[in-house]
Design a protein around this ligand. Structure first.
Ligand code: NAD
Ligand code: UD1
Length: 340
């Protein structure tokens, strides 16, 4: 079965393509490489012995999309393409709304023309804002987002939900990821942020490998186990498997399907630092700093809905996440940079 994967050269998309190929799907990748490297295609091929078809182009280019759809018998779309840096979204909101919202609308329009009626969209736990209660169920209120990136995810969710109500024969799946971390266990593929990492795990990994002096821990006065922020970190391979589960369980079933993809467990910043130290065999220097504006104290997923309806559950542990990240980072201190 041919599945269009937008943003398939990126962090989550590349790992998902590997798992898709292993499961017998044929991913067809579209990516403009604005945040990824061509060499990823070689890595997917090396792991699977299959070189996926790749079209370099932009999801906002409708004639490009029409061309790709016309060349294949695409049955479903997994839509990863978008911009994801929270801080950058504050300084460049138009770029975020254009890429994430307009891009998604252009994609759905092209799907309509091509008669492809199944889309799986990369949403985020950020749509829940600061949750009143944890674990966060799919019925928790959404929309109280604090930045343009989060609002763009909420807006695409709203557009796709409205669209589904007008076209109830479609399968629209919204997957709300918690905090994706980790790397392929081979150590050949992983996360490769541009510049200073915004997120915790890549920052710790770069400290461990000597690219950064120390970690800034943003706040130790939260009402949590040790005062630092608590999140639901999920291994990118589990996340990839979650997409396959969604594709198999609901991707061909008309409906609006909404799932959290998380582990159901929270870990604090200091717990992650400790786990990473064990994985790399070094201590991770850090200093306690003021809270980062917009951060919440704690957030983890209720996982029962995905378990029951998708038959999917995250299985990899924090020890797996840190060991796999370290394998990738220590073998590729500069990420994909020096290799494309
Ligand atoms: P990523 O930046 O590694 O991958 C996104 C890919 O999309 C990149 O390869 C980029 O080049 C491509 N892209 C961006 N805009 C494009 C466009 N207009 N046309 C074609 N290609 C384009 O990011 P990721 O971490 O793999 O995230 C994938 C998706 O999951 C994103 O939509 C992101 O917002 C969402 N998400 C990510 C996280 C996270 O922490 N990584 C959490 C929640 C949700
Ligand atoms: C962030 C984004 C969120 C996005 C998610 C993707 C913000 C406010 N939120 O979430 O919209 O969907 O990434 O994964 O940016 N931390 C440090 N030092 C660091 C980096 C992080 O102490 O250098 C702490 C944070 O305060 C937080 C935890 O580590 O408590 C996790 O942070 P991060 O990895 O950035 O993820 P989120 O804040 O959950």
């Amino acid at each position: 079965m041919e599945v269009l994967v937008t943003g398939g050269m990126g962090y989550i998309g590349s790992h998902t393509c590997v798992q898709m190929i292993e499961a017998g799907f044929t991913p067809i990748i579209i990516d403009n490489l604005c945040n990824s490297k061509f060499v990823v295609l070689d890595r997917i091929e090396a792991l699977t012995q299959v070189r996926p078809l790749f079209y370099q182009g932009d999801i906002r280019d409708e004639s490009f999309l029409d061309h790709v759809f016309s060349q294949h018998n695409i049955q479903a779309v997994i839509h990863f393409a978008g911009l994801k840096a929270v801080g950058e979204s504050v300084s460049q909101p138009l770029a975020y709304y254009d890429n994430n919202v307009t891009g998604s609308l252009v994609l759905v329009r092209a799907m309509c023309k091509a008669g492809v009626k199944s889309i799986i969209f990369s949403s985020s736990a950020t749509v829940y804002g600061d949750p009143e209660r944890v674990p966060i169920t799919e019925e928790s209120p959404i929309g109280a987002t604090t930045n343009p990136y989060g609002r763009s995810k909420f807006m695409v969710e709203a557009c796709l939900s409205d669209f589904f109500h007008a076209q109830p024969d479609w399968s629209v799946t919204l997957l709300r990821y918690f905090n994706p971390v980790g790397a392929h266990p081979s150590g050949t593929m992983g996360e490769d942020p541009n510049g200073l990492p915004n997120n915790l795990m890549p920052f710790i990994a770069q400290v461990a490998v000597g690219r950064r002096e120390k970690l800034s821990v943003f706040g130790q006065d939260y009402p949590t186990v040790d005062g630092t922020g608590v999140r639901d970190y999920i291994h990118v391979m589990d996340l990839a498997d979650g997409h396959l589960a969604a594709l198999n369980a609901v991707g061909r079933q008309a409906g609006l399907h909404i799932y959290n993809l998380g582990t159901g467990n929270g870990a604090s910043v200091l717990e992650m630092v400790d786990a990473f130290s064990k994985a790399c065999g070094k201590s991770i220097p850090y200093e306690i700093c003021p809270r980062r504006p917009g951060d919440i104290a704690r957030c983890w997923a209720a996982t029962a809905k995905a378990e029951k309806e998708l038959g999917w559950k995250a299985t990899r542990t924090i020890a797996d996440m840190t060991a796999d990240t370290w394998r990738w980072q220590s073998h590729h201190p500069q990420g994909y940079q020096s290799e494309s």
